[in-house]
Design a protein around this ligand. Structure first.
Ligand SMILES: NC(=O)c1ccc[n+]([C@@H]2O[C@H](COP(=O)([O-])OP(=O)(O)OC[C@H]3O[C@@H](n4cnc5c(N)ncnc54)[C@H](O)[C@@H]3O)[C@@H](O)[C@H]2O)c1
Ligand SMILES: O=C(O)C(=O)C[C@]1(C(=O)O)C=C[C@@H](O)C=C1
Length: 310
């Protein structure tokens, strides 16, 4: 008989129950990580959906109601909302509670949340590198975090026991945890996640601005590379608006470097410099192969359809 472990937390409160919040609810439940899971959502429709799907034990309209007696509070809304939400829930937090988040940027989150939290509350900023282009409580799934990285960005003075408990929480949901500074996180994610989304939003926009006759063919023949861009460009507009508003410096820096590299390729195309093009394409193919090898060695994501071909 397998030994049943005690849950890591008595009560987890999810502030926001969209894709990531509902995936956390499902993964927490599946892995038996909390005795009680509650959430808050502004609209009655979302609260009804969360209860109908059995995501939580109780759901409230406001964060202040949801966080009462919670020993773990997780912010799961777009990052521009964090300032107001942290302010609203702060007076209701239980002494000793841990507050964490899943926001896609980290320096602004530390700036916006930290100052609202009273003494005796432990803040551990976090970011699961896992998601999809879908939003809302119905889009989540319990396996979202399995085999994926979760980055934690503690600040000087972060309580080490709280950091360990959050590490245990993500590990129990199947994630691998890495710790880094918020500054480093924001630079790395600017190139690996934020810029790719900006490029996808741009290319899909450019294609749909073409004259009508060309537009029809764009839709008709969008089976290959363009289709992959349309998936990314379908990601939540509010979430991504907030990412770009809150990681401005790092995104602009990476965009500058990207534009310079693009100019090199533009020049190579214009002047027929085949060796420049071939050299670049060989290098990037090696990078892709390296990434796939690394994933196959440990963190390979079988859900990525194109991995099957590698
Ligand atoms: N989608 C991804 O791929 C992904 C991956 C990792 C991290 N994240 C981060 O997770 C967070 C949530 O993203 P998501 O994909 O779950 O988005 P989502 O749109 O699916 O869910 C967000 C939820 O927050 C609610 N909300 C918005 N403003 C609110 C407010 N002021 N008060 C209360 N609730 C509010 C929305 O109604 C929605 O239910 C974001 O900070 C995002 O940066 C997203
Ligand atoms: O797979 C996707 O659809 C994603 O865009 C997930 C993705 C990413 O860029 O990797 C998006 C935003 C996050 O903050 C983390 C993960």
């Amino acid at each position: 008989m397998t030994e049943k472990k005690d849950p890591l937390f008595n009560k987890i409160a999810l502030v926001g129950i969209g894709l990531i919040g509902s995936s956390l609810a499902r993964a927490t439940r599946k892995n038996g990580l909390a005795k009680e899971i509650v959430a808050c959502a502004r609209s009655q429709g979302t609260r009804d959906t969360a209860m109908r799907l059995g995501l939580v034990d109780a759901i409230y309209e406001t964060p202040a109601e949801a966080v009462v007696d919670a020993d773990l509070v997780i912010l799961c809304t777009p990052v521009s909302t964090y300032d107001d939400l942290a302010c609203a829930m702060a007076p209701s937090l239980k002494e000793g509670a841990i507050v964490t988040d899943v926001g896609s940027v980290k320096e602004s989150v530390i700036r916006d949340v930290g100052p609202h939290l009273p003494d005796g509350i432990h803040f551990v900023p976090g970011h699961p590198i896992a998601g999809t282009e879908h939003s809302g409580p119905e889009a989540g799934f319990a396996e979202l975090f399995e085999g994926r990285w979760c980055i934690l960005t503690p600040v000087p003075g972060t309580n080490s026991k709280a950091l360990d408990r959050i590490t245990d929480y993500w590990t129990a949901m199947g994630s691998m945890v890495e710790i880094m500074t918020a500054h480093h996180h924001d630079k790395v994610l600017a190139i690996t996640s934020h810029l790719p989304h900006l490029i996808a939003y741009t290319i899909v926009g450019t294609a749909t601005d073409l004259e009508e006759t060309q537009q029809a063919d764009v839709v008709k023949f969008s089976a290959g590379g363009f289709r992959d861009f349309t998936r990314i460009a379908a990601s939540d507009p509010i979430m991504w608006r907030d990412v770009f508003l809150n990681n401005r410096e790092a995104v602009l820096e990476m965009l500058q470097r990207f534009s310079e590299d693009l100019s090199v390729l533009q020049r190579a195309v214009r002047w027929g410099e085949g060796d420049v093009l071939e050299d670049r394409f060989r290098k990037t193919r090696d990078i892709r192969r390296g990434i796939v090898d690394a994933h196959q060695a440990g963190t390979f994501d079988a859900r990525e359809p194109d991995n099957a071909q590698d």
